[in-house]
Each structure stands twice: as structure tokens, then as C-alpha cells.
Design a protein around this ligand. Structure first.
Ligand code: SF4
Length: 422
């Protein structure tokens, strides 16, 4: 028997965006960072974003040098950067918006920001596009968190401001900003670089909306962030499977042609219609769909039969009770009727709160050892969902390795396509 191929992450550095790729979909993470399949795609949004960032980078380089450029000069910088970035590799998904429309989106961002912040003297720029990072110890190994701060500034009250420009169409709410951990990780790096730092403000300029969001993290939030990121890196390092995690992000995923969820759809969509109809997989799915339809019809019939059966059982029980009988005789069969009262205890799924309460009470007595049983499914599920880290994770892994044996289990589910006129 050949050994299964185990994937492994060998990274020593993690950026916030790399970590969020894993959180969004481990399989996409595997393609990008483990298998290192480069598929960086330019879209109008990313190209405009890069050009606006470059324009602001140059703006603050000029401002720190003592020269405040006029808006036309800044627009010129933006357009120059956009022209350099926009090449034939840009994938335009929406034919209603052409290059000039996108150019205007970026121009408007630049203008909104310029007018709101001119003459750019509200703070002092410490660094632009600054690489920040810090070491992090996970399961006894040392890694680094690294990233780039768009702009690091010092406000007049002495607070550091970690500034990020966002050109996205969506404007998140304050709650989202308070939960974001990209800039919060950069804050940890800044505090290590300048240990006497008192206050740090995380600032996002949503330049498409002219809106700035600010978030401040206290010590407890910073400690929790560090613990969460440590656990996440531990999970990545123990992951040998990199499961798919389908979501709306799949529509934009650059690995659809490799992903086991979409690769065949990509292949079939590229086939000419006559080849598609002859394709082995396509024919099998059609057969399977037909069987599923038959199965559903039978199940519906069975439901009707079960309801009828229950009704007749009720009538037989009523007759048995009335006539004080245990067996009702028929011509070719007889029906025995037994009635007994059974004790029902709350179940995990039926009455979860009561079930928890019952378990708590049983644990207090000496009965637990006798009535509790191992939940192997929970053990496997805990490993699959990365429930544990550190010692517990090691214990769970070694138990499963010792007692588990591979068993092939097959599941096939039919997912119907939504027809256009549905
Ligand atoms: S298509 Fe979706 S599930 Fe597949 S790798 Fe990409 S994000 Fe993950």
C-alpha cells in the first residue's frame, strides 16, 4: 500500500493576508503557499488600488521632503502609475465598466483624499511602505509575523498612527474595524520597535467613500490577538489535508481549475456541446440524477404509507384497549398490540440544555464512569475542526494514530444546477 501524500506548510514567515487566506480556505492556502503555484491575477480593482497607493506613497514622500504637490500633479502621478500597471493581463469581469471608468474611480479616490487632508500637516510621517514584524513562538518553534504598513505617522498627541488605504467599494462598519487583525498585528510590531509607545491608533482611509475608520486596542485585546494568531499558526503547521472551504470567495478564486470542487466544471464548460454530451462523467451524473429522482418519488410514497400505517396502528391500539385484547385476529394474519410506558431522557439534539444539565448532575455522582462512553466521532471531529492546540492536540493526534485505521468511506451527493428560467 502506498503511503498517502501528506502536505506540509514549511513557511517561516506569516503575513496577515497569508493568515487570512488560510482562514478563508485552507485549500487555496495550500495552492498558493505550500505548492507555491503562482496565479496572481490583475483585476481593475487591484490595479487601481496599486496606482492609488503608489500616488499616496509619492505624495507623502514629497510632503516629508517639504513640498506639497498640487492636486493636478498628484492626479498625474496616479495616472502614470495606472498606465504602468494596466497591461493585457488585467482580467475585466464586467463589460459595463471599461478602463476609463476605472481610471475615474481612482481619480475620484485621489481627489477625495487630497481635499480632505490637504495640506497634510495633521500628523508627521515616520515611514511609508514600512516593513514591520516580530518573532512569534508556536509549539516551541520560532516564526515571524511580517507585513507592510502603508504609512506610519506620529500624531500631535504623541500617538502612533498605523495608516492603511482602502480602495474597495464596500465600506465596513466600526465593529468590523474593531475586529480586524491586520493593522492590530502591525501594532504589536510597532510596540516592539518602540517599547515606550503609549497609544497606537489603527486608521483605515476608505478613499472611495472619503471615510476614515479608527480602532484602538487595549492590552487584553492585544494579548488575545497574539494567542489567536499563535493558535492559527499551530493549526496551519499541523494541517496535512488543507480542506476546501467553499464560500462566495470561490467566484474569485484563481485556483478553480485545480480545486476538486470546481476543476471538472471548468473542464466540462470548455468542451464543445457535442463532446460534452458524450463525456463519461457528464453521462454518469445524468444517470445518477435520474436514480435520485426515482428514489425521491419512492421516499415520498413511503412517507404516505408510513402515515397510513400509523393511523391504522392507532386504530388497532384503540380497539385492543377497548376490547381488552393483546392480539387482534384477521383472516390471513393477526396483529399483536403492546403498550408500555418508557422513561425518556433528554438527548443532545432533542433537548440540548436539559442534556447538558443531566450530564453535569451525573458527573457529580459516582455514576459517570459507568454510564459515560467514549465519543470517537467527537475525537475525530475535534481534530478535523482544529479544536485543540499544544498538549491536547498532541494527545488527540497520538491516540488517533495508535487506535485509528484508515477506512474508505464514499459519499456522493447530487447538487442540481439552477436553471436559468427557475
Ligand atoms: S475555489 Fe473555493 S474551495 Fe476551491 S480552493 Fe478556491 S476558495 Fe477554496
Amino acid at each position: 500500500m502506498t503511503e498517502p501524500h501528506l502536505e506540509e506548510d514549511r513557511s517561516s514567515k506569516f503575513s496577515p493576508s497569508k493568515l487570512s487566506v488560510y482562514q478563508n480556505c485552507p485549500k487555496r492556502y495550500q495552492y498558493r503557499y505550500v505548492d507555491k503555484i503562482s496565479r496572481r491575477r490583475k483585476t481593475p480593482e487591484t490595479v487601481v488600488g496599486v496606482a492609488v497607493h503608489s500616488a499616496f506613497e509619492e505624495l507623502y514622500a514629497l510632503v516629508t521632503g517639504g513640498k506639497v504637490p498640487g492636486l493636478p500633479e498628484l492626479q498625474e502621478i496616479y495616472e502614470r502609475e495606472l498606465a504602468a500597471e494596466w497591461d493585457e493581463s488585467v482580467v475585466e469581469k464586467d463589460a459595463r465598466f471599461v478602463k476609463d471608468d476605472w481610471k475615474k474611480v481612482g481619480r475620484d479616490c485621489v481627489e477625495l483624499y487630497y481635499n480632505a487632508h490637504h495640506p497634510f500637516s495633521a500628523d508627521r510621517t515616520v515611514a511609508i511602505e514600512k516593513r514591520v514584524g516580530f518573532p512569534i513562538t508556536v509549539d516551541g518553534h520560532e516564526y515571524r509575523i511580517e507585513g507592510f504598513v502603508d504609512r506610519l505617522a506620529l500624531a500631535p498627541d504623541g500617538a502612533f498612527e498605523i495608516v492603511d488605504y482602502k480602495t474597495a467599494k464596500s465600506l465596513p462598519n466600526q465593529e468590523h474595524a474593531d475586529e480586524d487583525w491586520q493593522l492590530a498585528l502591525y501594532e504589536l510590531a510597532v510596540r516592539r520597535e518602540w517599547p515606550d509607545t503609549k497609544e497606537v491608533r489603527l486608521k483605515w482611509h476608505y478613499v472611495r467613500h472619503g471615510k476614515t475608520l479608527v480602532s484602538v486596542r487595549d492590552e487584553a485585546a492585544r494579548a488575545k490577538l497574539l494567542a489567536d494568531v499563535t493558535a492559527l499558526i499551530s493549526t496551519i503547521k499541523h494541517d496535512h489535508e488543507f480542506a476546501t472551504k467553499p464560500s462566495t470567495l470561490c467566484d474569485w478564486c484563481e485556483y478553480r481549475d485545480l480545486c476538486p470542487l470546481f476543476a471538472d466544471a471548468v473542464r466540462v464548460a470548455a468542451l464543445p456541446p457535442e463532446e460534452r454530451a458524450r463525456d463519461g462523467g457528464v453521462k454518469l451524473v445524468a444517470r445518477y440524477a435520474e436514480i435520485e429522482d426515482r428514489r425521491k418519488r419512492l421516499k415520498d410514497d413511503l412517507k404516505v404509507i408510513e402515515a397510513e400505517r400509523e393511523k391504522v396502528e392507532d386504530e388497532l391500539a384503540a380497539l385492543a384497549e377497548k376490547e381488552k385484547l393483546a392480539v387482534i385476529a384477521g383472516e390471513r394474519a393477526s396483529a399483536s398490540v403492546t403498550v408500555k410506558v418508557e422513561t425518556h431522557l433528554p438527548t443532545k439534539t432533542g433537548e440540548p440544555d436539559k442534556h447538558v444539565e443531566l450530564e453535569r448532575e451525573v458527573r457529580k455522582t459516582g455514576l459517570w464512569e459507568d454510564v459515560a462512553k467514549l465519543d470517537g466521532h467527537a475525537l475525530l471531529e475535534g481534530l478535523r475542526t482544529h479544536r485543540w492546540t499544544g498538549e491536547l492536540l498532541g494527545a488527540a493526534e497520538s491516540l488517533v494514530e495508535r487506535f485509528g485505521r484508515p477506512e474508505t468511506k464514499r459519499t456522493v451527493r447530487l447538487k442540481r444546477k439552477v436553471e436559468e428560467d427557475d
